[in-house]
Ligand binder design. Sequence first.
Ligand code: 3H9
Length: 699
Amino acid sequence: MTAEYKVHGNVAVITMTNPPVNGLGLSTRQGIVDGLGKANADAAVQSIVITGAGAAFSGGADIKEFGTDRAMQEPNLNSVILAIENSPKPVVAALHSVAMGGGLELALGCHYRVAAPGCSIALPEVKLGILPGAGGTQRLPRVIGVEPALNMIVSGEAIKSEMLGMLPGQKLFDKLVASPETLAAEALAFAQSVAGVRPLPLVRNLPCKHPEGDAYFQFARNMVKGMSKNFPAPAKCVDAVEAATKKKFADGMAVEREIFINLMWTAESRSLRHLFLAERAASKIPDVPSDTPKRDIQAVAVIGAGTMGGGIAMNFLNAGIPVKMLEMKQEALDRGIATIRKNYEAQVKKGKLKQDKYEQRMALLSTTLDYADLKDADLVIEAVFEELGVKEAVFKQLDAVMKPGAILASNTSTLDVNKIANFTQRPQDVVGLHFFSPANVMKLLEVVRGEATAKDVMATVMAVAKKIKKVAVVSGVCDGFIGNRMIEQYGRQGGFLLDEGCTPAQVDKAMEKFGMAMGPFRMGDLAGNDIGWAIRKRRYQEKPDMKYSKTADLLCEKGRFGQKTGAGWYDYVPGKRDAIPNAEVEQMIADHRAALGITPRKISDEEIVQRLVFSLVNEAAHILEEGIANKASDIDIVYIYGYGFPVHRGGPLNYADEVGLFNVVQAMNRFAQNPLDDAAFWKPAPLLARLAAEGKTFN
Ligand code: 3H9
């Protein structure tokens, strides 16, 4: 049982003990009900306190239990809350740290609530694609008012207890105690003070009205339209809260229940729940236990003050960690500093950063032209030109000057981290830290683990990633690591689609309709088509048998590198990012097609999406099987945070699971029949073929 029962004088205290956040799983729910039973059977007990041990009152329903029988098993959360409401002795919730979702709903079922300051209060279910399903939509409006409650439910954002306690007329808290440390004693005293009160107050009996009902809810519906594009939950939250204002409590509860169950079964909710757990799982490395000692990172050095080096430096400055930047020439340093200033000043102008914070951050930045000045840094990240010879020179110098135990990281996006490590006498201290551009904005960080990288280095960089607010995913060493290795196949399919009859705009539109932040050709224009060109030139040497469309090379031969040259697959007006289709490019594609003797065919959006997404899936299956990625969910995280894959689809492998791997394999077999495609690539990866045959999923 994950709830503890103790009696202090005439007060029974039920403490949830289900770390890490006292999720309301079956055994905790059972523990609460048992505790209530004991307390009500004990004549010496006059009132009851419910609280949570450790770092939370409760983080809500146990997300890991969703989709299993245990979630539905009695006592379910609504039954627990009913048991509390029906308790003949007063029940007081003592809230601290975190009271979210079902945890807050449990507290709303109690007769009284006392809270410590600093407690994060939220109904965050909408972020999991559902709505509060244990009375939250019906009770919260009754205690803090309809509008504040709807705002909380639709946004899912947390508000501190002391802020909520200041809302005029709020009935959420009966008492805000002095501090978390005094909560236990003050909750006991409060419980004693209400021991004799009868009848006991119930939130369900409070009125719930909005003076301009219909008009307000119409307004609310319009407000949530934007955020509802790919997600059904926000609009449903409005329906449920409206029911609270227009129906009897029991009928409102029935409305909430029905919506909750329907939302729980949507693909969008499954994707969001998958991503919640995937993001947390990504930080765990199977053979690096969480208690692995970490190195102390107090000072960072960055080699290279270009766009990447500057962006990387900003992450550390934002986190309050001093950075020393090294360049070969003073002018390059000056340019780098000016860009960092410009970025911060833009944030100040937009009101996103306070002037004093900006100055504090800049004060943490220093520069040098001399490697010897870096010797005391605990972590050095190289962001120089992407060529092995250049990296060799940098790492040999670092090896000569850095103090023992310093972590030497490369921001390479494709090169062999093992080779880089072997340029030094300390390969155990070398790791890849692949930031995504713009490095101060993109949340993804691929942590590339070399053959020799020490476990404490891995533990340290994962912790550092968290500190600089990145989502880190571990990748083994291979060309392109997880993300770029997969995107190469996606790009290749994009090329074949042009050869067969598509325009870049048609492909992009289909992918954007699917939900990608950008289609492949707009993405190429943003990243720079010359980058892909350089990689292809290398591939033509390494893999002469690999089939490629030559269209992208023809584009690059015209100097159309993308946004940076004002022309790529599309045209661009200076200062704007709108992609304007270009007739010459379309003619170039048509001429190339004609030269190959291909008669264009009409290709459906469905085929475009399947070929592009399944190309990611097949390569991902190889990556998983080779052990480059530790788990399927890591790959989903890479694509969500690094490549604009639609959140509501949960990542490429989650999407494949939703489509059904059998169907994915069938589609691949069909694509392999297309003489203009690459039949060898479409042979399902052995892992994928096996999972599909066994009726299993990636995740
Ligand atoms: C709900 O309540 C439905 C009801 O309305 C109706 C029911 C009928 N369950 O985020 P962190 C784990 S829906 C299980 O890194 P932080 C998490 O997986 C629920 N586990 O820490 C991780 O585990 P691990 C509504 C949970 O300090 C560990 O806790 N509630 C849950 O940055 C640490 O997590 C929510 O949506 C859970 N509910 O933030 C709350 N929550 O160590 C979602 C967390 O094994 N949770 N874990 O990887 C959060 O927002 C944050 O986790 C929280 C802590 C603020 C609580």
